[in-house]
Design a protein around this ligand. Structure first.
Ligand SMILES: Nc1ncnc2c1ncn2[C@@H]1O[C@H](COP(=O)(O)OP(=O)(O)OP(=O)(O)O)[C@@H](O)[C@H]1O
Ligand SMILES: [Mg+2]
Length: 422
């Protein structure tokens, strides 16, 4: 096992385009790190540089203490599972898993022991004699994982390993990968553009945009204290809403009405800016008619016309269009395109209690939890209201939770035979 430390990593392909631009990222020993970002942001390129399948243009890549920039992939002792993993159709499950050990000329009885141990872990024991063609999609995926973990690798690297599975299987495999990683405690870097995978699998998530690292933190930190407009819009589904606003006194004037800021810090954060973008997550809106007087006083109430509603049983989404100044409307449209969002118009999405009777075409009162909103600079995208104390507290909580989880795992695995070969 080993830490992976990237310092000022740059990758330029032939045409000089920086696919990865000055990325510094330290993956701790045993940590599960997620790389996430829209298509083309450089996730696979970065992963391939870790494994050694791609030359590093500039910067330093270390595995443990060793500088590996020029070390051949074979000598890095890492294990990778690709998006389009290929199993050997003419080999049995056993031989597919054993493949890397055979390549490394590991003695036969040792191969047998390790393959059986791995198969046990992945619940493939009864399928060892089958050919891949006779397995389900999920079982094939597990064989591919088996091939990766059968080696005593220092780290696992996954490039969207679940993207070609259907939604249900993806969910199952997600939990399995999570359990497996925690049980083995092996340093893991996992690339995905799936929201749910990013939020649920990792200890920490690194968000990339156009080759540049935007923010690294626990899922909770990214969600509650995003560094900028991009991270705020990318993490969370449906996305955070961004309403243009001007500040007058302590009131943010938005196209949907005024939001009174009780927090002096937020008022001050606006500074001399004539316009800011107010970020409100869909769930921080409520149907004002269902909110108590006391709670109502702790937030602000906006009046708006609902365009479309979607009732999902456990939640009700209402879409509320608004007018934005043309330059900001363009900025918001560009952002939503970059985020691969289908939300092309300037409209707010609000998630209401399913018992709400709000319907399309209706003028409604929406309560906004103003304590949870963030303010962004429209030109730089910077989050003006990020709370550094809160960020530090969240990081501490995440570390403590991770430690506790690993300790519980260690206790639990003491009762079963050791998984690590030798
Ligand atoms: N061999 C190559 N030559 C030139 N440009 C490349 C090469 N491989 C990738 N790129 C470019 O580098 C950028 C990053 O590509 P990369 O494959 O790392 O993206 P990604 O984040 O993994 O995207 P996806 O989610 O679509 O897999 C893209 O703009 C891509 O077009
Ligand atoms: Mg990719």
């Amino acid at each position: 096992m080993a830490a992976i430390t990237m310092t000022n990593i740059v990758k330029r392909y032939g045409d000089g385009f920086p696919a990865v631009n000055d990325v510094s990222l330290a993956v701790q020993d045993g940590e599960f790190m997620i790389l996430v970002g829209p298509s083309g942001c450089g996730k696979s390129t970065l992963l391939r540089m870790i494994v050694g399948l791609e030359d590093i243009t500039a910067g330093e890549m270390r595995i443990g203490d060793r500088l590996v920039n020029t070390v051949a992939p074979r000598q890095r002792n890492l294990s990778m599972v690709f998006q389009n993993y290929a199993l050997y159709p003419h080999l049995t499950v056993f031989e597919n898993i054993a493949f890397p050990l055979r390549l490394a000329k590991v003695p036969g009885d040792e191969v047998d022991r390790r393959v059986r141990q791995t198969a046990e872990l992945l619940e493939l024991t009864e399928h060892l004699d089958r050919k891949p063609a006779n397995l389900s999609g999920g079982q094939r995926q597990r064989v591919a994982m088996g091939r990766a973990i059968v080696r005593d690798a220092d780290a696992f690297l996954f490039d969207e390993p679940l993207s070609n599975l259907d939604a249900k299987l993806r969910g199952q495999m997600r939990t399995e990968i999570s359990r497996l990683q925690r049980r083995l405690g092996v340093t893991t870097v996992y690339v995905t553009h799936d929201q749910t995978e990013a939020m649920t699998l990792g200890d920490r998530v690194a968000v990339l945009r156009k080759g540049e690292l935007q923010q690294v933190g626990s899922p909770r930190e990214l969600y509650e204290q995003p560094a900028n407009l991009f991270v705020a819009g990318f993490i969370g589904s449906p996305s955070m809403n961004f309403l243009p606003a001007t500040l007058e006194g302590a009131d943010l004037r938005t196209p949907l009405g005024d939001l009174r800021l009780d927090d002096r810090r937020k008022v001050d954060a606006v500074g001399e800016r004539s316009v800011v973008l107010v970020g409100v997550r869909p769930e921080h809106f409520e149907d004002a008619s269902l909110v108590s007087e006391e709670k109502r006083a702790r937030g602000a109430v906006l009046r708006a016309r609902v365009d479309v509603t979607e009732w999902l049983g456990n939640e009700l989404y209402a879409y509320v269009p608004y007018e934005a100044p043309p330059d900001l409307a363009t900025r918001l449209r560009d952002l939503s395109q970059e985020l691969d969002s289908d939300q092309l118009r300037t409209q707010a999405v609000v998630a209401l209690d399913p018992s709400s009777r709000v319907h399309a075409g209706q003028d409604v009162e929406l309560w906004v939890n103003t304590a949870r909103l963030h303010l962004f600079d429209p030109s730089t995208g910077e989050n003006l209201t990020r709370d550094e104390e809160e960020v530090a507290a969240l990081a501490e909580q995440a570390d403590a939770a991770r430690e506790a989880q690993r300790a519980a795992q260690r206790t639990a695995t003491q009762e079963v035979p050791p998984v690590e070969p030798d």
